[in-house]
Design a binder for this molecule. Structure first.
Ligand code: MLT
Length: 201
């Protein structure tokens, strides 16, 4: 398969798709899966774009400015990889819940912006609006958790508000969770995402 990844079969039907931040690897978010749903299968992917040796899921022109063409291409690649992984490992494609941080949250958001039924739901930690000025596919009833920091210099609050409105307009069921923190992923927000997950899936 095209993307480097780890797959661990779980005890229930859910599959947690883990997507790391810039400079991360497929190992980074493994503890998060244990906190959110220890019984779920885990599919943790490494971004195949390198920015000075730091893995990412798509190219950017500079911080906060994405290479849209590459974003579209890599989103398609990940979407196709999910189909392939479901067939290869024998899990149900429609049971995938993404959990992504920063750049990983942005590609998860991009899946929702470009493909209907791409995810059963998503836990997005410090995401941005992946693309502007596009019509989103129908995401009716898709649960989305957004973890945000009031003082996040990379994802300012306006990004979170815009992302929430765009996803809601497409029908998604969005909850945002705020902390007085910056861009870091906190244990508390992962726990809040875990509570959201329990009520939704
Ligand atoms: C991105 O490039 O996806 C965002 O700026 C977040 C990050 O730094 O990875």
């Amino acid at each position: 398969m095209k993307l480097k990844h780890i797959y661990k079969e779980g005890k229930n039907e859910k599959v947690l798709l883990l997507l790391h931040g810039t400079g991360g690897t497929e190992n980074d978010l493994l503890p998060l899966a244990g906190m959110i749903d220890p019984e779920a299968s885990v599919l943790s992917v490494r971004g195949n774009v390198s920015e000075n040796g730091m893995p990412r899921f798509f190219k950017r022109l500079r911080e906060g400015v994405f290479d849209e063409e590459d974003l579209i291409e890599r989103t398609k690649e990940l979407y196709e990889f999910l189909d392939e992984a479901a067939a290869h490992y024998g899990f149900r494609r429609e049971q995938i819940v993404a959990a992504g941080y920063s750049n990983g949250a942005n590609i998860a958001g991009s899946l929702l912006f470009h493909y209907e039924k791409s995810l059963l739901g998503a836990l997005l930690f410090h995401p941005m609006v992946p693309r502007r000025g596009v019509d989103l596919p129908d995401q009716t009833g898709v649960p989305v958790f957004i973890g945000a920091g009031e003082n996040d210099p990379i994802c300012p609050p306006s990004e979170t508000h815009d992302l929430k409105s765009l996803l809601r307009a497409a029908g998604a069921h969005v909850t945002d969770y705020w902390e007085r923190m910056g861009h870091q992923l906190t244990e508390q927000e992962v726990r809040a995402a875990g509570e959201f997950y329990k009520t939704q899936f």
